[in-house]
Ligand binder design. Structure first.
Ligand code: AMP
Ligand code: ZN
Length: 141
């Protein structure tokens, strides 16, 4: 199999060497329940080929993954009766990535503050926002 990492648990899931609770798959992408359900229906969308994360994945694959994440989010609202959904993808260890195979979390939310919360602990109000924006604007040129 192309782009297969023998040490990667999600490559093994994609290849059906490890069992998971699959809810969708085709040639390029797959969705299965997160083994540790943050909320009811917490799902992971992965690419079948191994790419480390969102930042290193080809756009075509990324688009397929987000299309599927959107569909699962819609289903969570309509059929699981979630009130909201968090779409989350961690890139690198510093951001909380523990499995280095690109995956998108689809986390249905049922009531305020259930499950998890993302907070900025170091919220420095004295940051120079125009200077930050200028740096990033120049980087995007
Ligand atoms: P992250 O912290 O963004 O890298 O998320 C990795 C996620 O993979 C965690 O939420 C784990 O619960 C989940 N996970 C790890 N191993 C398995 C597995 N064998 N089947 C399903 N989910 C898994
Ligand atoms: Zn992998």
């Amino acid at each position: 199999m192309e782009n297969y990492d023998k040490n990667c648990i999600f490559c093994k899931i994609a290849n059906h060497e490890i069992k998971s609770n699959v809810i969708y798959e085709d040639d390029d992408v797959m969705a299965f329940l997160d083994i540790s359900q943050v909320t009811y229906g917490h799902t992971l969308v992965i690419c079948k080929k191994h790419y480390d994360n969102f930042l290193t994945c080809p756009k075509e694959i990324m688009n397929k993954m987000f299309n599927l994440a959107q569909r699962i989010g819609q289903v969570a609202i309509h059929d699981l009766h979630a009130l909201g959904v968090n779409i989350l993808t961690n890139c690198y260890e510093a951001a909380g990535q523990t499995v280095n195979h690109f995956h998108i979390h689809v986390i249905p939310r049922y009531k305020n503050k259930e499950g998890f919360e993302i907070t900025m602990k170091e919220n420095d109000q004295n940051l120079n926002l125009p200077a930050i924006a200028e740096t990033l604007t120049n980087s995007l040129k």
